[in-house]
Write a protein that binds this ligand. Structure first.
Ligand code: PLP
Length: 497
């Protein structure tokens, strides 16, 4: 980690490596989208539309790079507004609508982490920092980022290595087995999503071999930048669409459970554009930001016990903790036959609404619960929207559902269990374990990062400190143009666009 550039350095470091990357992509006819195009896919050339539509969204096809955005319509085409759900009082018990952008329509992995993976690799590719002919891309992850990385690697025709905790869901490992070149390209580290240090240790080991390039999402600033520009704009479009049907609607807050803290970068964009506050969410069983705490939890995808280098915490306004008991229980209520029938019969929810709950994976219902807590805490009303994302859907967690069923419900989920889950994990949700971040609290949480990044990972103290002020982040946000120019120049040289 020591000596790694802070921010996004777009200088070309090795012309020879870059030339090899150009030749590699030219030979395969691979064109690269800019972040600007992924933020606003209407900027993509007209003639590309038909070719993309004819491409299988689940295949490692180069044209799927042009689907790494929020506007996929689920039928191969593009929608004007990103797919989203609006959850209201009948389910949430709070008047403020909860607006959720759905990540499951991202190509190949059914989760928006493929955007983070593309964003972390592309700056290296176009500046001579990654040689796809000779180097392996290593993707440290808690499950979805490494799937995105392996998918991007396959498309680019280079080796991709997934590094993830052994405790992640069976569905993720099955997907990886189908997609990696060799089974040795899946590296299992000890523990669960709470064991990010063990992931770093495995990467440090792999990084000793110069043919391995570690794309550490927790410290790659392009991850933040992509979500700022791409996810931020997508959520703004969703909010505008919802506001058209609810005149006067205000964007009260953006709420995001943090793993690498890439997604929460969208909060910076939304704060600038819509004036919303930003809430960072973590698991109650491992309340690092809230209480300097540590522990184990099962909300897959949100790693902790450390504060990612790319987390602009001094621009966040709230920290909220959600228990994994709640997310596990809601997974069963929302995704079992009995649970859905109970919701329809006893709570009067439409079959359409209960079916749509399958779009919510564990961290997505964590986000919904954090929205409910915040709505109660701030006493929000009908005119206040809470914005959030569903990184992935329930399809990734069938095996986890079975585990919860066996562990917590004696193997069967009946009406009584459904009523109890509804009462405890929805109706009675209050605003405990929620902190408003004032200047002192922001500094406290920011300071936590010192132990990981300066002491453990060897980041220079000055680089670490530079991130405390907003000037650093504004400059980072301003660097997208430079990245896109480099991508365009690269495409021109490959002759693919
Ligand atoms: C399912 C899931 N939810 C939430 C997150 C957290 O997103 P981020 O890493 O952008 O903070 C991840 C990250 O991998 C994830 O896979």
């Amino acid at each position: 980690m020591s000596g790694a550039p802070i921010g996004l350095d777009m200088t070309i470091v090795d012309e020879a490596v870059r030339r090899r990357a150009v030749a590699h992509l030219a030979a395969r006819g691979i064109a690269l989208p800019t972040l600007g195009e992924l933020a606003d896919p209407t900027r993509l050339p007209e003639d590309l539309g038909g070719r993309i539509a004819a491409t299988d969204p689940d295949a490692p096809e180069a044209l799927n790079l042009f689907r790494v955005h929020w506007y996929n319509d689920g039928r191969g085409g593009r929608s004007e507004i990103p797919a989203h759900l609006v959850l209201t009082e009948e389910l949430t018990g709070v008047a403020a609508p909860i607006v959720i952008a759905l990540g499951e329509r991202f190509p190949m992995i059914g989760a928006h982490k493929v955007l983070a993976a593309y964003a972390c690799l592309v700056p290296r590719l176009v500046t001579g920092r990654f040689d796809p002919q000779t180097q392996r891309a290593v993707w440290p992850s808690t499950g979805n980022y490494c799937r995105g990385g392996v998918a991007i690697s396959r498309i680019l025709g280079c080796r991709g290595v997934a590094v993830l905790p052994e405790g992640m869901s069976a569905e993720r490992f099955r997907w990886l087995e189908d997609w990696v070149e060799e089974s040795a390209d899946v590296v299992r580290t000890p523990g669960s999503e709470s064991n990010v240090k063990e992931i770093y240790d495995a990467c440090a080991q792999l990084g000793r071999d110069p043919s391995n390039v570690i794309l550490n999402q927790f410290s790659e600033f392009a991850n933040h930048l992509a979500h700022y520009a791409v996810t931020g704009r997508a959520l703004e479009r969703v909010f505008d669409a919802v506001a058209r049907t609810r005149p006067g609607l205000r964007a009260a807050a953006f709420v995001s459970a943090t793993g690498s803290a890439g997604t929460i970068g969208a909060g910076d964009y939304l704060k600038e554009r819509l004036g919303s506050s930003t809430a960072a969410v973590e698991a109650l069983e491992c309340p690092t930001m809230l209480y300097n705490g540590f522990g184990e939890h099962s909300i897959q995808g949100i790693g902790d016990k450390h504060l990612p280098l790319i987390h602009n915490i001094t621009n966040n306004d709230h920290v909220v903790a959600v228990s994994d008991r709640s997310t596990d229980s809601l997974n069963v209520l929302f995704n079992s036959e009995c649970g859905r029938r109970w919701l329809e019969r006893e709570r009067g929810l439409s079959a359409e609404l209960t079916a749509s709950l399958a779009s919510l994976g564990l961290s997505s219902s964590c986000n919904v619960l954090a929205c409910i807590k915040l709505a109660r805490h701030l006493d929000l009303g009908r005119g206040d929207a809470l914005l959030t994302v569903a990184t992935d859907g329930a399809a990734m967690y069938g095996s986890e559902l079975e585990k919860t069923l066996a562990r917590d419900f004696g193997g069967t989920f009946d009406d009584g269990a459904a009523a109890a889950v509804w009462a405890e994990h929805l109706e009675e949700v209050d605003d405990d374990h929620l902190l408003d971040l004032g200047p002192r609290e922001r500094e406290r949480v920011f300071n936590l990062g010192y132990f990981t990044w300066v002491e453990q990972q060897g980041v220079e103290l000055g680089d670490f400190e530079a991130r405390r002020g907003q000037g650093f982040w504004r400059a980072l946000h301003g660097s997208m143009g430079a990245l896109d120019e480099k991508i365009e120049a690269f495409n021109a040289e490959t002759g693919t666009r």
